[in-house]
Design a protein around this ligand. Structure first.
Ligand code: FAD
Length: 640
């Protein structure tokens, strides 16, 4: 091991760590803040929140997104809601309970101190967003409304109909736009970060490509913040927006940032099943629907009747039967695995028998159609537009799909990666969700990182650099990277092969899904470790990218992203192979109990796997951060 994984968790009782640490961290006085340049890549909830906050504080911030507008960041797609321990429902919630649920939900593979801080600042997020005017749903009396999400027995999820991400992002975007207007933030849209610049081991800038003109440019800063989202599209088919990719974090990994737990991926149980081989995107149906929808399949695998003609006795409400305490609200990993089990057993529904029912008949009978429409109207409309079926009268068909990546760049308590000066926020870091994220916790984490954590910890880092100018973009460190990015771009156009980028991405996705998807085993993972490199080699020799590099060229954008996915996929498989246990979204078929539930191995695997780049032709090296559980006792997760 050559890396030092110092988590920098503060001493003291967990409930006081963040308060004390905030006091202990260094400050930058207002007049000095304007002497610092900070680069923020990403304008989703994490990036927009961080950039707006740093700008408001007085730093000079350069913000980058490959989208035309910050508002197009993938965060806008989030439907269901955002958790916070406000206990408005008076149903027993507290900061400790949110912390406990999150550590347990993550199957004891997250760092306790980070999770506690997340729960602690969750209450501030809601106040901040309300102050920005985010139109959360309200109860009759005016208090903000809550609903339930999986893995919790309290209602703590705040929501804005089925468009929570959109409304939160509008709030964060407004705050960012205000800073752009004030001149503290400069926005670079349609600009993709293609490499990180590191000098003397410290992050000092990035290299970008303007997607409209092809211009490659260098940007310097005292600190670089990545808030670039998840890498679920390594599976090709996922609920993520099609442009989501891993290039920013993968390039940072190649420059020394350790990559943690890459095999921890969340497969979301409620997505619309694929309808044919050529589909390029899967659509999420929000988990909030499991508040009122009941999940079932026919008892018989030979069932041919329509759903409404199948009597109660011939239905198998498998979650309600197997997990009476949580029923349809078991966490996502459990719900997904159970759906796979019944579909594999031949009990699937729909023409391709690749789904299970999510049925609202009882809820409509109980509350009336109007209430259900008020809660989920836009989701029902979306489902009908995609499938042509009316979910008010026939049950929805759903099936699990790749949705979220718990793995990401390793960060310490201050959200700093193993490269000094490089921070990672939101979905692109590994920090808070262990092996399985609870629903409505990603928005919470993105905003916690951006509004409430990074502004303190980045200031703490910058305070030590007072008096130093950022490394000049004329420095050879920049020139080298600019030349390398320009060369790589030209190289792809010159390959002149015969197959499209999309073809290779789809093939890669199939391999990752088949061997490192909802269930994994040694044999399959070993097979993937020979097939992925072979595919990568073929890709590098035979891919065809048309067009030029001086104007908009989506195939050219895509080819580099798929190249990075190829390497990431291999690391993901190696991580899954080395982790000989089942935990959360990582289900190794060899490690399960008599009832088919995941069997963790705390003695041997109670650690974060942080992989270190060793060079293009070398396998990454495994480093371990041992996890301590002083506040939540390790136990077998049970939702029965
Ligand atoms: C369909 C769907 C529904 C969801 N619903 C919920 C929900 O209800 N509740 C919940 O808590 N979570 C939900 N999630 C998860 C949640 O939306 C995401 O985890 C979260 O929004 C990620 O935010 P982020 O700021 O980390 O990244 P993103 O929102 O993905 O933003 C990434 C940003 O980085 C930029 N970027 C990336 N790479 C580069 C590069 N190389 N150069 C320049 N810019 C770059 C992008 O342009 C973008 O601005 C949902 C996810 C999906 C897929």
């Amino acid at each position: 091991m050559t890396l030092t994984l110092d988590s920098k968790v503060p001493d003291g009782d967990i409930s006081e760590q963040w308060t004390n640490h905030k006091f202990d961290m260094k400050l930058v006085n207002p007049a000095n803040k304007r002497k610092f340049e900070v680069i923020v890549v990403g304008t989703g909830l994490a990036g927009a929140a961080a950039a707006a906050s740093l700008g408001e504080m007085g730093y000079n911030v350069k913000v980058f997104t490959y989208h035309d507008s910050p508002r197009r960041a993938h965060s806008i797609a989030a439907q269901g809601g955002i958790n916070a321990a406000k206990n408005y429902q008076n149903d027993g919630d507290s900061i400790y309970r949110l912390f406990y649920d999150t550590v347990k939900g993550g199957d004891y593979r997250s760092r306790e101190s980070n999770v506690y801080r997340l729960a602690e600042v969750s209450v501030d997020i809601i106040d901040q967003c309300v102050a920005q005017g985010v139109p959360f749903n309200r109860e009759y009396g005016g208090l903000l409304a809550n609903r339930s999400f999986g893995g919790a027995q309290v209602s703590r999820t705040f929501y804005a109909r089925g468009q929570t991400g959109q409304q939160l992002l509008l709030g964060a975007y407004q705050a960012l736009a205000r800073q752009i207007d004030a001149g503290t933030c400069t926005l670079y849209n349609r600009t993709e970060m293609l490499d990180l610049v590191v000098k003397d081991g410290v992050a000092c800038g990035i290299v970008t490509r303007d997607l409209s003109t092809g211009e490659v440019a260098a940007h310097n800063g005292h600190a670089v913040v990545l808030a670039t989202g998840g890498y679920g599209n390594v599976y090709y088919l996922s609920t993520n927006a099609m442009a989501c990719n891993s290039t920013a974090i993968w390039r940072a990994h190649r420059k020394g940032a350790a990559f943690a737990n890459p095999c921890f991926t969340q497969i979301h149980p409620t997505c619309i099943p694929a309808s044919d081989e050529f589909q390029s995107k899967l659509t999420l149906m929000s988990e909030s629907l499991r508040n009122d929808g009941r999940i079932w399949v026919p008892q018989s695998r030979d069932e041919n009747r329509s759903a409404d003609a199948i009597p109660e006795d011939d239905r198998y409400y498998y979650l309600e039967e197997r997990y009476p305490a949580f029923g349809n609200l078991v966490p996502r990993d459990v719900a997904s695995r159970n759906a796979k089990t019944v579909v594999d057993a031949g009990q699937g529904v729909g023409e391709l028998k690749n789904g299970v029912y999510l049925d609202f008949a009882d809820a409509i009978a109980r509350y009336g159609r109007d209430t259900i429409e008020a809660r989920y109207g836009n989701l029902f409309d979306m489902y009908e537009r995609i499938t042509g079926e009316d979910p008010y009268s026939v049950p929805m068909r759903i099936f699990p799909a790749t949705h979220y990546t718990m793995g990401g760049l390793w960060v310490d308590y201050e959200l700093q990666t193993t490269v000094p000066g490089l921070f990672a926020l939101g979905e692109c870091n590994f920090s808070d969700h262990g092996a399985n994220r609870l629903g409505a916790s990603a928005l919470m984490q993105g905003l916690a990182d951006g509004y409430f954590v990074a502004p303190y910890t980045i200031s703490n880092y910058l305070a030590g650099l007072l008096g130093q100018s950022p490394v000049s973009t004329d420095d050879p460190a920049f020139a080298l990277e600019v030349a390398a990015v320009a060369d790589r771009t030209r190289h792809w156009l010159a390959v002149g092969g015969t197959k499209s980028v999309d073809y290779y991405h789809r093939e890669l996705g199939k391999l990752v899904w088949d061997y490192c998807g909802m269930a994994r085993n040694k044999e399959g993972l070993e097979k993937a470790l020979t097939e992925i490199p072979a595919l990568r080699e073929d890709f590098r020799k035979n891919v065809r990218v048309l067009g030029n590099d001086t104007s908009l060229n989506q195939a050219l954008e895509q080819v580099g992203r798929v190249d990075d996915f190829m390497e990431l996929a291999e690391l993901k498989v190696r991580d899954a192979l080395h982790r000989e246990e089942s935990c959360g979204g990582h289900f190794r078929e060899e490690y399960k109990d008599e009832e088919g539930e995941a069997r963790r191995d705390d003695e041997n695997f109670k650690y974060v796997a942080a992989w270190e780049w060793k060079g293009a032709d070398q396998p990454q090296e495994l480093n371990k951060e041992d996890l301590e559980f002083d506040y939540v006792a390790l136990s077998t997760r049970s939702y029965k």
